[in-house]
Design a protein around this ligand. Structure first.
Ligand SMILES: Nc1ncnc2c1ncn2[C@@H]1O[C@H](COP(=O)(O)OP(=O)(O)OP(=O)(O)O)[C@@H](O)[C@H]1O
Ligand SMILES: [Mg+2]
Length: 226
């Protein structure tokens, strides 16, 4: 199966002081390859991106400059994860669509970070899923699925097993649109998922093995109905 995976930056790069442990995710990706799947990856910005965005904003940067800083950090995160993957990974991180074409032609695992101000790395992942012809888009995050509202702010929020794009748009209506604050998934990503009818799963990425479960249809997160 062709599968695009958005790896949560918050999970892979949770802080700026300690060394990230990328090995468990490398093992999960190796297992997916070992089972014959064709894998495409987008790595999010995580805490380093939020830190640099905050520094920029507090020093007067406009939102698209803050986005650009987040994009640069996500690209660095993708580069670091590509090094952890070694020979399996395409040796460069595509920064535009011509580079993406060249990366896809290598037949290796293509990794991306950010692309364009005004959107999140989830949107990059949706575009990569579309461009690579992925049958599945697995979106890993720091919670175990989609809730009726942000479960970190509202303990009474209810978890969905399935959600339509229209429902998701309503739920995420109050989500952020600022650099570093796009939260779970943004409207650009939803538009791509809808127009290309990409089967999408939002799952708990805190256990890397959940990615394997999602590909095998055994996940416990939320399925987005395109
Ligand atoms: N309706 C919702 N259901 C689930 N989570 C939500 C919802 N609304 C907001 N969230 C928040 O979205 C967060 C996940 O998005 P966030 O961008 O913080 O992390 P990430 O996407 O995993 O990391 P990164 O953006 O660095 O790759 C969750 O921790 C949760 O607090
Ligand atoms: Mg995010």
């Amino acid at each position: 199966m062709k599968v695009t995976i958005k790896l949560s930056g918050h999970i892979l790069f949770p802080d700026l002081t300690s060394m990230p442990d990328l090995k468990p995710y490398v093992r999960a990706i190796e297992q997916l390859k070992g089972r014959g799947h064709c894998v495409f990856i987008v790595v999010g910005g995580g805490e380093p991106a939020r830190h640099y965005i905050k520094m920029a904003r507090e020093n007067g940067a406009d939102e698209s400059t803050c986005d650009q800083i987040g994009i640069s950090i996500a690209n660095l995160n993708a580069k670091i994860f590509s090094k952890a993957l070694g020979d399996l990974a395409c040796p460069f991180i595509p920064k535009d669509f011509d580079e993406l074409e060249k990366a896809l032609a290598t037949g290796k695992i293509v990794l991306m970070g950010g692309l364009q101000p005004g959107q999140s790395t989830n949107a990059v992942a949706a575009v990569l899923a579309e461009r690579s012809g992925s049958e599945l888009f697995v979106n890993t995050t720091t919670v175990d699925g989609v809730y009726s509202s942000d479960p970190r702010k509202n303990p009474d929020a209810k978890k969905y097993k399935k959600v339509t794009i229209a429902e998701l748009e309503k739920i995420l209506d109050s989500s952020g649109v600022k650099a570093g604050e796009y939260d779970l998934i943004d409207s650009v990503a939803l538009k791509i998922i809808r127009r290309s009818k990409i089967t999408t799963k939002i799952i708990d990425g805190r256990d890397p093995m959940n990615v394997l479960k999602a590909v095998e249809g055994k996940e416990e997160g939320t399925i987005v109905i395109p």
